[in-house]
Design a protein around this ligand. Structure first.
Ligand SMILES: C[S@@+](CC[C@H](N)C(=O)[O-])C[C@H]1O[C@@H](n2cnc3c(N)ncnc32)[C@H](O)[C@@H]1O
Length: 206
């Protein structure tokens, strides 16, 4: 029997969706299903950074993966015209995988220029540590989906998780740099549950 994968995310549904959001999920979401892409963002939350990637990388296919359906609905609302429900030109490159990214990776042979993971769930309780997404195993998996010179970019304001990721990297074939960088503030960063001064970033290469 195949080993059951540990679930790395929390709830899939939150407050009731608006009629417009439900309609976008029923009618638009199936048309945005990804098969391949140039840039991948894992766990996009409400999708602020996916939108930023689309605006700054015109012509590229940006794949966002997120199992939390209220986040998916927020992104769908933000990338469409309120009257026509059509995708706005600047967001034409966005594709959405509304589920566990690991299922998408098994279904694609894409090699990504960038793979972003911003504020992965820190699962701070010791008994939940095995639910952390960025284990050595998963980082090794991601490394196989990098294009030549491709990079995995990780940001977290949970510094203990940051140090834990650095430890995990030692059991991978990836090399890491710690850049001094700033990007747009996502919803989770704004909450700053960890109470730290700022996020820390990591860039990983094969
Ligand atoms: C703490 S939130 C951060 C959301 C967003 N990146 C931000 O900065 O606001 C982490 C997100 O990762 C998502 N996530 C966790 N495991 C995932 C997986 N295996 N595949 C895709 N998304 C995942 C969760 O559903 C959650 O929305």
């Amino acid at each position: 029997m195949e080993k059951q994968e540990i679930r790395t995310f929390g709830r899939r549904h939150g407050k009731k969706l608006s009629l417009r959001q439900s309609a976008l999920i029923d009618n638009l979401l199936p048309t945005l299903r990804p098969t391949h892409g140039d840039i991948l963002e894992i766990g996009f939350g409400a999708g602020e950074h996916v939108r930023d990637l689309a605006r700054t990388n015109p012509g590229k296919i940006i794949v966002g993966a997120e199992p939390f359906m209220n986040g998916v609905a927020s992104l769908l609302s933000a990338i469409t015209d309120e009257k026509t429900n059509c995708v706005l030109d600047e967001y034409a490159g966005i594709r959405i995988w509304p589920d566990d990214v690991r299922d998408f990776l098994r279904a694609t042979d894409s090699k990504f220029e960038q793979i972003w993971v911003l504020h992965p769930d820190p699962w701070p309780k010791a008994r939940h540590e095995k639910r952390r997404l960025l284990s050595a195993d998963f980082l090794n998996t991601l490394s196989k989906y990098l294009a030549d010179n491709g990079e995995i970019i990780i940001g977290t304001d949970h510094w203990e998780y940051f140090d834990w990721i650095l430890e995990q990297i030692k059991s991978t074939t990836l090399s890491a740099t710690i850049p001094d960088m700033e990007i747009i503030q996502t919803r989770y960063q704004h909450k700053n549950k960890a109470g730290t001064d700022s996020p820390k970033y990591l860039i990983l290469h094969n």
